[in-house]
Design a protein around this ligand. Structure first.
Ligand SMILES: Nc1nc2c(ncn2[C@@H]2O[C@H](COP(=O)(O)OP(=O)(O)OP(=O)(O)O)[C@@H](O)[C@H]2O)c(=O)[nH]1
Length: 570
């Protein structure tokens, strides 16, 4: 505790040893002081939020930065196949750590899967638990109310309900009763995806949140990167002093906003007020001596909310439906690019899609496909296959016919009807495109099977383990970073991919994960007439090159010019 009597908290984000030590030291200290939650009671954070808002991203962030904390995870997936479970576990293999985790797919934990969720929590508690904290991620269409009641019934200490919202898309989804309900339960709101929204939109979202639920803690972030103590029942820090805390380091884009004097629309808001003391001291809920009173008030508020509008959650009435596409054969990347541009991005009523992909052009690596929010689609190479490769994609939306049409057009990507000379045409186009990339100094050509015959790019920054034999119709490339200005390749390539894909004219996939530079790839080999036109190498290059200019302007905008630049301009 600081000399002033104010408590200090560590922003835990970068996975460095120092932070891990701080976490475990602080946790040990709490255990010694006896101020920790009783070991007989499981402490839990419930993460809710609408489809695609960033819940799994938050879980991954917590697992990546948990230090020595032992965190158990329960993931509930609405659709039949649990993509999140696959992604989360791969991110931080629980099994190898001996930590409990479970996936509950094919239904919502607030209704059809409630008994399964109850059983899963009970199983975790059998014989005393050997983890420090439990994270439950609800499905994107779950009502958190019944879950909160169920946890209370099981004597789980529900530390916090975190609602994650998509800054870019919240105002569009709030007409959905489930999205509203998820927001109403929030005890902290993470306004995520702030990198995709303008400051004006973020501010509108904050106003909307305030108007909807009044007094609540709101934190802006991107990729759900918030200091762990905000969302997990840990730890008063031993050091450092607040001045040394860097929100940037933690990925928080601005300081949390504590709304102190707003119209309190619900009787239960007394609890929330205690979260923000009048002296402005930040507190981590549930970690201090005033905990019991706060916990009671929280529980009371949750009960009231859960019992109001109990019948709101009937998925069929709300019109949600999900479909799964599965294949044990790899799909053609060039056909998948076409499928995203002409299928996914143009399907009205598709709310969410996600899956794991196996491409014919790159058989060794597993790709993760995501579609969410305001028509944002991305496919990123995640890891090498550690299990038998396959394709699994989940579509969630309101129009089952549209979803069926999508599924059938994806099935054609496994063996698309193609011209006899499609392979040669693809290789020829790849060569032309690769030559244009190679001639531009802003870019680096990593590999092109067709153009260079260099199908092994070991030694590149992409990391050899992710880059194996390439199909000759595939071109891998990326923008050159500016290390002296701290502009990394990953930042440039991510922005380039995001902007190109949002334009709908092309669909780029990332051949390496963000920490390996997020290098991009484009496959050639047209399968339809529309695709044929879109795959003209000169057209593709013009789109990418124009957007690259905008990406560079954006990246350099916030960089202070160095002295050489001043000299030159003087
Ligand atoms: N640009 C950007 N993308 C983000 C951010 N946070 C998450 N995403 C992306 O948004 C997509 C959906 O994120 P998830 O974490 O899977 O969302 P979710 O809420 O778990 O989705 P469901 O469980 O299916 O409802 C993924 O492609 C993420 O990489 C962010 O802050 N900025």
């Amino acid at each position: 505790m600081a000399a002033s009597g104010q408590r200090e908290y560590v922003a835990i984000a970068k996975p460095v040893m120092l932070e891990n030590n701080q976490m475990s030291l602080a946790f040990e200290r709490r255990l010694l002081e006896g101020s920790c939650m009783s070991r007989s009671r499981v402490s839990c954070t419930l993460i809710t939020g609408f489809l695609g808002s960033g819940k799994t991203t938050l879980v991954r962030h917590i697992l990546r930065n948990r230090g020595d904390l032992r965190i158990a995870v329960l993931v509930n997936e609405y659709s039949e196949v649990d993509i999140d479970g696959v992604i989360v576990h791969n991110a931080h293999s629980h099994a190898s750590l001996g930590l409990p985790s479970a996936e509950l797919a094919s239904g919502c934990a607030c209704c059809t899967k409630q008994n399964d969720m109850k059983q899963a929590v009970k199983d975790l508690m059998v014989g005393g638990h050997d983890f420090d904290h439990l994270i439950i991620e609800t499905s994107g269409v779950a009502d958190p109310g019944p879950l909160a009641l169920m946890l209370e019934e099981l004597n789980v200490q529900l530390h916090l309900i975190v609602t994650v919202v998509d800054a870019e898309n919240l105002l569009n989804v709030l007409d959905n009763p489930i999205a509203r309900r998820q927001l109403s339960f929030a005890e902290i709101v993470l306004i995520n995806k702030c990198d995709l929204a303008s400051l004006g939109t973020i501010s509108d979202v904050e106003d909307k949140v305030e108007a909807e639920i009044g007094n609540v803690r709101v934190v802006r972030c991107r990729f759900a990167q918030v200091p762990l103590p905000l969302v997990v029942d840990v730890i008063e820090a031993v050091s450092p002093a607040p001045s040394s805390m860097s929100n940037d380091d933690a990925g928080v884009m601005s300081h949390e906003k504590v709304i102190t004097q707003t119209t309190l629309r619900r009787a239960a808001d007394n609890q929330s007020k205690t979260d923000a003391d009048s002296d402005g001291t930040r507190k981590v809920p549930g970690s201090h001596s005033d905990k019991d009173g706060k916990e009671d008030a929280k529980a009371e508020r949750r009960r009231k909310l859960a019992n109001a509008n109990r019948d709101i959650h009937i998925h069929e009435e709300l019109g949600f439906t999900s479909l799964v596409f599965k294949s044990d054969e790899p799909i053609l990347l060039s056909a998948f690019q076409d499928f995203v541009r002409n299928g996914v991005l143009k399907t009205h009523g598709l709310l969410r899609a996600k899956g794991v992909l196996w491409f014919q052009e790159d058989r060794n690596n597993r790709y993760v496909f995501q579609y969410s929010g305001k028509k944002r689609a991305e496919t990123v190479c995640d890891s090498v296959w550690e299990s038998p490769p396959s394709v699994k994609v989940v579509f969630i939306g309101r129009d089952s016919d549209a979803l069926k049409a999508l599924r059938s057009s994806l099935s054609q990507a496994v063996s698309p009807p193609s011209r006899d000379d499609a392979a040669d045409v693809g290789v020829g186009k790849a060569k032309q495109f690769a030559a244009m990339v190679a001639a531009d100094q802003r870019f680096q050509l990593l590999s092109s099977g067709g153009a260079l015959g260099a199908d092994n790019i070991e030694g590149t920054q992409g990391g050899s383990e992710l880059l194996h034999k390439l199909a000759p119709s595939l071109v891998r490339f990326g923008m050159v970073g500016y290390p002296l200005k701290s502009i990394t390749e990953a930042v440039l390539n991510t922005d380039l991919m995001c902007t190109v894909n949002a334009s709908g004219a092309l669909f780029l996939t990332a051949a390496t994960p963000p920490h390996c530079g997020h290098f991009l790839q484009l496959a050639f080999g047209a399968t339809s007439e529309s695709d044929e036109a879109a795959q003209d190498p000169s057209v593709c290059w013009k789109i990418i090159s124009d957007i690259a200019s905008r990406v560079l302007i954006r990246a350099h905008r916030d960089v202070c010019p160095c002295r050489c630049d001043y000299t030159r301009s003087a």
